[in-house]
Ligand binder design. Structure first.
Ligand SMILES: *Cc1c(COP(=O)(O)O)cnc(C)c1O
Length: 356
């Protein structure tokens, strides 16, 4: 079979080494003679997987001993509820920035548990930019932002300075570049964009934030319980965590500095073609262009379907924009190679030569 270039926004492309290791482990996991999906999560072989995955997260992000790392279920979406349930303490207000669908959902859920102050929103321009002009009230319970807006293709390249606990949804750009994790009190990411398959969510929490948590939170939604039980309060997503562990090994081997250079090269190549090619236009503010999700449209919408078909015929997959925004979206997550972006750029140039 010819190589299919996978631009899917999520679940998304993973490193071949993680897929190969998974195939092997489905046959015979760690020499147990059993499949990965038929062993106890409490066996020493799988406990070693969870421990290594957590340690890799700590190493890659240079986390101090002040942080806990756990793997939960329920997707990034369950975090939208768990965060206010645990940290929106009575009498306090939580501060959110609305940068798109996922941020809006986080806000909607938080409002079920307490007072929410939406500090800024880019909804006026269909979320085509990152709002930067706002200040965070010093008495907020926490500040919540979304570092990469998967659906719209905008990314935060800097974060505000504040003494308020900072919580960030990094589902779609975690491990794509170096950043100062010590600025954050909590980071979370659904695995299926940049670090693994669907079924597990990485949560990194500072111990000082955990200490401030509400006392009465249902057990399965209580971060302290999951931390105390090392992600093993109940049966974790064994398979998903295994694939994350292998993806994290691959990320560590490359390193975040080289990963950023790789990701920048891919994004620069595609944005340059979007800006050059007469048939295509970018949809978001240039300074906020995401390196992970590149949103663009055909200047003539009648070309959209034919161009997507043309792409499919060249083994370029997953380019249709999210149903809420339309147009095209090329997701360039860590594991996507530059040659795949080059194949897309070649297709755009050929299509232009045939249709301009
Ligand atoms: C995909 C995504 C989500 C939702 O993730 P689920 O795991 O499907 O709940 C939340 N936030 C961001 C930024 C995303 O990209």
């Amino acid at each position: 079979m010819n190589k299919v270039h996978n631009f899917s926004a999520g679940p998304a492309i993973l490193p071949q080494s993680a897929i190969d290791a998974s195939i092997q482990a489905l046959q015979n996991f760690g020499g147990t003679g059993l499949s990965l999906i038929e062993v106890s999560h409490r066996g020493k072989e799988f406990e070693a997987v969870v421990a290594e995955a957590c340690n890799l997260v700590k190493e890659i992000l240079n986390l101090s001993a002040d942080y806990e790392v756990i793997f939960l279920q329920g997707g990034a979406s369950l975090q939208f509820d768990m965060i206010p349930m645990n940290f929106l303490t009575p009498g306090k207000t939580a501060a959110y920035v609305n940068t798109g669908v996922w941020a809006s959902r986080a806000i909607k859920e938080a409002k079920m548990f307490g007072e929410v102050n939406v500090l800024a929103s880019s909804e006026d321009k269909n979320f085509a930019y990152i709002p930067k002009d706002y200040s965070i009230p010093a008495d907020a319970a926490y500040y919540h932002c979304t570092s990469n807006n998967t659906i719209y293709g905008t990314e935060m390249f800097s974060f505000p300075e504040t003494n308020v606990p900072m919580i960030c949804d990094m589902s779609s750009d975690i491990f794509s570049r170096p950043f100062d994790a010590s600025k954050f009190d909590m980071i979370y990411a659904g695995a299926q964009k940049n670090m693994g398959p669907a079924g597990t969510t990485l949560v990194i929490i500072k111990k000082s934030l955990l200490e401030k948590a509400n006392a009465k939170v249902p057990t399965m939604l209580n971060y302290k319980i999951h931390v105390e039980n090392g992600s093993m309060y109940n049966t974790p997503s064994v398979f998903a965590i295994f694939v994350c562990m292998h993806t994290l090994r691959w990320i560590k081997e490359i390193g975040l500095t080289a990963m950023e250079a790789r990701n920048k090269a891919k994004a620069d190549l595609l944005y340059a073609e979007i800006d050059r090619n007469s048939l295509f236009t970018g949809t978001v503010a240039v300074e906020d262009r995401s390196r992970m999700n590149v949103n663009f449209v055909l200047t003539n919408p009648a070309h959209e379907e034919p161009f997507l078909k043309f792409c499919a015929s060249r083994n370029l997959s997953g380019l249709k924009g999210h149903r809420s925004v339309g147009g095209l979206r090329a997701s360039l997550y860590n594991a996507l190679e530059l040659e795949s972006v080059q194949a897309l750029v070649d297709a755009m140039q050929t299509y232009e030569s045939q249709n301009a």
